[in-house]
Design a protein around this ligand. Structure first.
Ligand code: RFL
Ligand code: PHB
Length: 399
């Protein structure tokens, strides 16, 4: 087999990239270890920045998003002193976010890929990358125990935090930065109307809570929990009681119902530099992780691949290598700013094991300050809706 760009991983990064390259007339193959149902079934992100919404529209995969996505022009912060709204639209020049689940995004992307003949190999085991620093890399894998091989011009590692690609960069050629937080998020999905028409991020003495949603009839709630928490110890009743204790009366009585998904996710900040090694490029969670507090993970995967698609387009159309040379620096600039925001917002809203009375007062004073300062609210709002992609990158994929 032979292709121009071989993509490892069919998550948001891999599929958005494949569809963009397909639009540009480039040939790609996507290798995915799991099957479609597995990738589509994972309950993850819920908040899309405008760059992600625009990209879906530009790719012609945004019809359902336009119908079913919920545009949120504000978000809410709650704490023991009450709650207040950050009017993102008024504080930025009219920006908003859209609530539309990653599961729905994946369904739309997979449908389009199938309809357009984008090649995706599901069940690709033992993926391995070779000759990455030569002009002729190749990739091997097995499918139902049969060995396969494809030559390519470039390999893009979109295989998430636990993928194989990042490890192909020799230790001496990369540097990793990491913070592991001493807690996780316990999340549930329920067929109940949301407690509030917008999200509520809550700093409570008992720990962080988040009221989110997937639609007007489906809710997503999270509570901060210990890392060694056993999900069996959290029957729905206990979850609802804890959530009510944390949210207090904010938003009113929480409509309860049985959960149909319940999971615990650890929180981590991670960045590897650079995001390129020879003819291997990394994008999305393969290169960086943010704690979910800022709702940035999937959106960063999108900004990475927008920049990479532009660089690949310049290479194939104009023969210019400068875009590829600059990809890592350009992507990391936006990545680090999102890392900073997600880390800061996590610190503001969570209870840390070493939160002493002084640090608690610091948190509360900062929230009170944000409440009273348009400048502070603007900082939060412009980060939450998503920082711009600098330079020319992305203009093709904006509406
Ligand atoms: P993914 O989605 O992990 O996809 C990687 C794909 O690669 C495959 N793979 C391999 N394939 C072949 N060979 C191998 N050796 C392979 N190893 C792995 C995997 O099977 C998989 O299909 O990475 P990608 O594409 O970079 O996308 C990243 C996003 O999925 C992630 O950042 C977000 O889900 C993060 N996230 C959120 N992001 C947002 O933008 N907004 C949010 O509101 C938001 N909330 C969240 C989140 C993540 C969460 N969890 C569970 C981590 C909330 C939570 C709770
Ligand atoms: C979600 O709905 O899953 C969600 C929303 C906002 C976040 C994180 C997760 O910050």
């Amino acid at each position: 087999m032979k292709t121009q760009v071989l993509i490892v991983g069919a998550g948001p990064a891999g599929l958005f990239l494949a569809l963009m390259l397909h639009e540009l007339g480039l040939d790609t193959v996507v290798l995915e270890r799991r099957d479609r149902a597995y990738v589509e079934g994972r309950v993850r992100a819920g908040v899309l920045e405008q760059i992600t919404v625009d990209l879906m529209q530009r790719l012609g995969v945004g019809d359902r998003l336009a119908q079913e996505g919920l545009v949120h022009t504000g978000t809410n912060l709650a704490y023991e002193g009450g709650a207040f709204r950050i009017d993102m639209q008024a504080l930025t020049s009219g920006s908003a976010v859209t609530v539309y689940g990653q599961q729905e995004v994946m369904k739309d992307l997979f449908d389009a890929a199938a309809a357009r003949g984008v090649r995706i190999v599901f069940g690709a085991d033992n993926v391995d990358l070779h000759n990455l620093t030569s002009a002729h890399p190749f990739v091997t894998w097995s499918e139902e125990s049969q060995p396969h091989r494809s030559e390519c011009d470039f390999v893009v590692g979109c295989d998430g935090f636990h993928g194989v690609s990042r490890g192909k960069i020799p230790a001496g050629a990369s540097k990793a930065f990491e913070r592991v937080y001493p807690f996780g998020w316990l999340g549930i999905l329920t067929e109940t109307p949301p407690v509030n028409h917008e999200l509520i991020y809550c700093n409570s003495e008992r720990g962080f809570a988040l009221a989110s949603m997937r639609s007007l009839t489906r809710s997503r709630y999270y509570i901060q929990c210990a890392l060694d928490e056993d999900i069996e110890d959290w029957p729905d009743e206990r979850f609802w009681e804890e959530l009510e204790l944390r949210l207090g009366t904010v938003g009113g009585a929480i409509p309860r119902g049985p959960s149909f998904e319940k999971s615990i996710a650890p929180l981590r900040s991670f960045v590897t530099e650079p995001m390129r090694h020879g003819r291997l490029f990394l994008a999305g969670d393969a290169a960086h992780i943010v704690p979910p507090t800022g709702a940035k993970g999937m959106n960063l995967a999108v900004s990475d691949v927008i920049m990479l698609a532009e660089a690949l387009e310049a290479f194939y159309v104009k023969g210019a290598e400068s875009g590829l040379e600059g990809y890592s620096t350009r992507a990391l600039d936006r990545v680090w700013k999102a890392e900073r925001f997600s880390w800061w917002f996590t610190g503001l809203t969570h209870r840390f094991p070493d939160t002493d009375p002084f640090s608690r007062r610091m948190q509360l004073a900062e929230i009170e300050y944000i409440r009273g300062s348009r400048a502070a609210q603007t900082v939060l709002a412009e980060n939450y809706v998503g920082l711009p992609i600098t330079g020319e990158a992305g203009s093709r994929w904006r509406v």
